[in-house]
Design a protein around this ligand. Structure first.
Ligand SMILES: [Zn+2]
Length: 127
């Protein structure tokens, strides 16, 4: 992966602005590079996310998956970091990176930071 490093550091910067640690971002990148994510739904119409549902194998529990849903109105992950603590977990970060890569590939503008569903998630979990 020749351009892997530049890519990773760009995402570290994007997520640092959202107060997401490098550890979480590198976990997110690892989820993607490991290619173990199961794409359950990937429905994007005219540049609008209708529903993207991704399953991530748990690192601690065998045969167990965390489910990330990015819908029209919000983002939801059932892992502890997200569901219990309201953090932007590595699954959400991975989902957003995948969307970013997808939109860049299709020549559309996309901003992780300004993605409305993520803004809403952050607002809902602010304390
Ligand atoms: Zn999660």
């Amino acid at each position: 992966m020749p351009k892997g490093k530049g890519l990773a550091s760009r995402y570290y910067d994007v997520f640092a602005e959202l107060k997401v640690s490098r550890r979480v971002v590198s976990k997110a990148l690892k989820h993607i590079l490991d290619k173990k994510i199961i794409v359950s739904s990937f429905n994007i119409e005219q540049g609008n996310v209708k529903i993207v549902k991704l399953l991530f194998p748990s690192e601690t529990r065998r045969d167990f998956f965390h489910t990330l849903v990015i819908g029209e109105y919000g983002v939801k992950c059932d892992c502890e970091a997200s569901a219990l603590r309201g953090y932007i977990c590595s699954h959400i970060a991975a989902g957003l990176i995948i969307l970013d890569m997808f939109f860049k590939n299709t020549g559309r503008e996309f901003s992780i930071k300004d993605f409305p569903q993520l803004r809403r998630y952050i607002e809902e979990h602010e304390r």
